[in-house]
Write a protein that binds this ligand. Structure first.
Ligand code: OGA
Ligand code: MN
Length: 217
């Protein structure tokens, strides 16, 4: 069960998604949990548990470092106290989203991601052409002491009033530094985004709430 404070932050995410399609919360995930998850990600990397991320799905999966250069490992329940605590918190978010927005979210899949210095992920939507189950994307950043000069921002391409900083399509760019404890949530089908290269190793935990599929896998 979420605490009262967690509950009000979960409701704030629901309101933000309804209003603008995205939300950032820096206090939902406790600093001690963020640090434990960062340590777990580093440990998995040191043990050789991470593999180059691919793009596409099923038989069409390929590794393309010119598109995305991160290394990932999927989370399973029961692997550590920290990841279970994180998954429980995400289940609270799933329920709040279902109650507030009637999204019918059924499960949550997530992976640790490590971007070596210079790695990036080109502009994309978190939806596969042949699978529209991913409905809401969640990113948790795990980097302590991140400075603006380290780069590595998550760049969101938001709809809205074009203003200074817009690109040709009239989208509004919004950059978010991958600072430890920042949680970013957005509608998977609505918000194109990219990861800019960083000068140091960049750790994140990326996840997706999924609806039941219209078609079998
Ligand atoms: C992704 C993604 C962003 C990040 O894995 O689909 O967009 O900041 N990750 O790690
Ligand atoms: Mn993405």
């Amino acid at each position: 069960m979420p605490t009262t404070t967690e509950h009000s932050l979960l409701l704030a995410i629901v309101d933000d998604l309804a209003e603008s399609g995205w939300s950032q919360q820096n206090h939902l995930v406790a600093q001690d949990l963020t640090r434990e998850l960062a340590a777990e990600c580093r440990k998995r990397a040191a043990q050789g548990g991470l593999s180059p991320a691919s793009i596409g799905r099923g038989a069409t999966q390929v590794v393309r470092e010119g598109v995305r250069g991160d290394q990932i490992q999927w989370l399973e329940r029961g692997q550590s106290a920290a990841s279970d605590r994180y998954l429980a918190l995400m289940d609270g978010l799933r329920q709040a989203l279902n109650q507030g927005l009637y999204l019918g979210l059924e499960d949550y899949e997530s992976h640790f991601a490590l971007y070596p210095p210079g790695a990036f992920y080109q502009k994309h939507l978190d939806r596969f052409r042949d699978d529209d189950r991913r409905a809401v994307s969640v990113l948790l950043y795990l980097n302590q002491d991140w400075l603006p000069e380290h780069g590595g921002a998550l760049r969101l391409y938001l709809k809205g009033e074009p203003e200074a900083g817009e690109d040709q399509q009239g989208e509004r760019l919004h950059d978010i530094a991958p600072l430890g404890g920042s949680l970013v949530v957005f509608m998977s089908a609505e918000v194109p985004h990219e990861v800019l290269p960083a000068t140091r190793e960049r750790l994140s935990l990326a996840g997706w709430f999924r609806r039941r599929g219209a078609r079998p896998l």
